[in-house]
Structure formats: structure tokens, C-alpha cells
Design a protein around this ligand. Structure first.
Ligand code: SF4
Ligand code: SF4
Length: 184
């Protein structure tokens, strides 16, 4: 607990810079870790803020903030008898990664949107040099390349936006770019 009315937030606010909050929170973290002395903290803050090119006065204010937060905290000693019993500790359940990430599982109406009309450059595959490595298929961010039964890539021009990532991916340089002439 920081003593008196002092808190990282109120000191940071008094400096008029929300960014100073990180100095206060950093000072709190190193104090609680018990691994870093106040001299080391001062040196680190000074060095980092000088590298950022801040004014001497701003650096001094940040040093004051770091010292006040550091000095207002006490080391925390974990006492075994105060560790909560296991039944009170909430174990985080494992959920499949798809539940925690913004993934689109169903294509919705994406197929109906012919994003190929955005294309100004048109990738074309030279099948004579294609080795069927599949890198273009993997690299296309729009899933606009499929593989045919023999494993050759086939571009879906209704949805290819012409970003030319596939061209960059192809190790055989067997995809070339041409100006799009198709009308929609
Ligand atoms: S140009 Fe872009 S969108 Fe079109 S097939 Fe290549 S990687 Fe996919
Ligand atoms: S990256 Fe090139 S060589 Fe590989 S499958 Fe695609 S077009 Fe063929």
C-alpha cells in the first residue's frame, strides 16, 4: 500500500502527463520485487528518459515520482500461513483457443461479395514453372487460391483482390502480374 494520499496516479496527474504513470507503476513493480535499489531505479529512469530526449525538468519530475512511489511501498513477504487454501484458489479452465480469439468460423456472405472488382493488378500463374509447392495457396490472405486435383493452384478471380502476396511467395517466380482489364 502506498502511504498517505500518495498514489502513482495522483502524482502522475500532478505532473500533468498520463505517460508518467508508467514510471510510477514501474517503480512500484521494482519495489515489490525487492530486487532493485532506489539508486538503480533512478539510474534506469534517468537513462531511459534521456534517450527519449525529454527536458531535464521533466526527467527530474519523473525521478521524483519514481522515488515517491518506491519510498511509499514496503516489500511484501509472503507468509505460508496466509496463503489461501487450495479450494479458494480459482483454477482457470482451459478453453480451446478459438473461444478466446476473434475468429470467423463461418464464411457468411463473404462469397457473395466479389472483391475481385477491387483488383488493379491481376496475378497469373505460369503452370510450366509451377512445382505445386503450395506456398501461394498458403500465403493468400483471402483464401482466393485453391488447389486442383493434381495440386496445382487455381486463382478465384471473383475474390482475388490483387494484393500480389502470392507473387511474392512463389519461389519459382511462376506468378506474374498484369494490369487488370476485366470489367465488372
Ligand atoms: S493476389 Fe492476393 S488475393 Fe489474389 S490470389 Fe494472390 S495473394 Fe490471393
Ligand atoms: S508458389 Fe509458385 S510454384 Fe508454388 S504452387 Fe504457387 S505458383 Fe506453383
Amino acid at each position: 500500500m502506498i502511504s498517505g494520499n500518495t498514489s502513482a496516479l495522483t502524482i502522475a496527474e500532478s505532473l500533468g502527463k498520463a505517460s508518467a504513470l508508467s514510471v510510477g507503476l514501474g517503480a512500484a513493480a521494482v519495489r515489490l520485487s525487492g530486487l532493485i535499489t532506489i539508486e538503480q531505479l533512478r539510474e534506469a529512469v534517468q537513462m531511459e528518459l534521456e534517450e527519449l530526449g525529454l527536458d531535464a525538468q521533466v526527467i527530474e519530475e519523473n525521478l521524483r515520482l519514481a522515488e515517491e512511489v518506491y519510498g511509499g511501498l514496503e516489500n511484501v513477504t509472503i507468509q505460508p500461513e496466509k496463503v489461501p487454501p487450495k479450494e479458494l484458489v480459482h483454477e482457470m479452465a482451459y478453453d480451446h483457443v478459438l473461444l478466446g480469439t476473434p475468429s470467423i468460423l463461418a464464411p457468411g456472405n463473404a462469397e457473395a461479395r466479389q472483391t475481385g472488382s477491387w483488383r488493379v493488378e491481376r496475378p497469373e500463374i505460369n503452370y510450366e514453372h509451377c512445382t505445386r509447392c503450395g506456398l501461394c495457396f498458403v500465403g493468400c490472405p483471402d483464401g482466393a487460391i485453391a488447389l486442383d486435383e493434381q495440386g496445382y493452384p487455381v486463382i478465384d478471380y471473383d475474390h482475388c483482390k490483387g494484393c500480389l502476396i502470392c507473387l511474392e511467395q512463389c519461389p519459382r517466380h511462376s506468378i506474374v502480374s498484369k494490369k487488370e482489364v476485366r470489367s465488372w
